[in-house]
Ligand binder design. Sequence first.
Ligand SMILES: *Cc1c(COP(=O)(O)O)cnc(C)c1O
Length: 387
Amino acid sequence: MQFRNLQRQYQVLKSQIDAGVSDVLASARFISGPQVKELEKALAEYVGVKHCITCANGTDALSIALRAWGVGKGDAVFVPDFTFFSTGECPADEGAAPVFVDVDPHTYNMDPVKLEQAVKRTIAEGKYRARAVIAVDLFGLPADYGAIQAICKKYGLLLLEDAAQGFGGSIGGKRACSFGDIAATSFFPAKPLGCFGDGGAIFTDNDDWADRIRSICVHGKDIGKPNDPNAKYNNVRIGKNSRLDTLQAAILLPKLEAFQSYELDQINTAASWYSEALKDTGLTLPMVPHGYYSSWAQYTIRLPENADRSKIQGELKKKDIPTMVYYAKPMHLQKAFSGTDSAAADCPVTSEICNTVLSLPLDPYISKEDVGYVAENIKTLLCQEEI
Ligand SMILES: *Cc1c(COP(=O)(O)O)cnc(C)c1O
């Protein structure tokens, strides 16, 4: 069994994907071909936001958004302690100080109460200017945007939505990537909507920010004169080289169709099979609050605190069941932040979660038999005393 079987999806979509790739190869428009624009339009429409700007990967998407706002030295950026490294790495890379905020023990997303405490503390200490929040839609579940947006408004903070794992999720029908002042997503192959390499996108309703983002993606080019062929070599700010390849756009176009029309439904069904099979086991199962819809980047359970997680993983591996630990270490304990103010965070919920989480095999094409097989093996192991 594979943790996320990407070959199965390719088999289903092969004829459309191969045709799209052939078209790009024949046209030789490998950079900024028409498929890129077409994809940006389709993504913006799906999300319900005015602008979508694709870029090289999800990490760049976060950094470019922060740079468009001028977030940097002297600024504090509030990020969850329980997330993938990029969420803290990007503000640090722009020169800002990430302030790690503990998460909710049920949703694993940023805890708005802890966020407000951290904002107040930062303002009182006066060392950094409280500037922005990066909320993460972890494992496919949108963060608590009602509460987080209210805090951002109250303290004048910019909200960046890290929807690298959240694309396709929604709250009350409003889609992920539409909650932040700017939102970022990733098309890394294993994300809910993945391409066949690295890719990312940035979303916003704000025209000025969208212009600045487009400029930063191409070396800070002057985008004020769209009809001037030489404007490309007129650089008005320090940018990056961060574009989505035309090939990846051509691959994503049919994948977005499948994602919308049935993959999201299928992965929600598969997640419900796990939840049904594992109820009454005493394990903590993923929680989707009322009105929320998850795109299930991961199906993550929590083992009993006294369980030997590595041993369970080893036993499951013997039964051909791969599992992953997302994430084993709180952000503030990463060596990269040691010796900085960011390392001083106090996040007891994250510390506990890191010790007990276990993510199970899942993708839109997994069979009910495979889910049942995984669940039965976990149940058997939990009954064995030495585990
Ligand atoms: C994957 C991920 C990123 C980075 O995306 P890449 O495309 O791999 O650069 C950022 N944030 C979160 C929460 C992620 O899971």
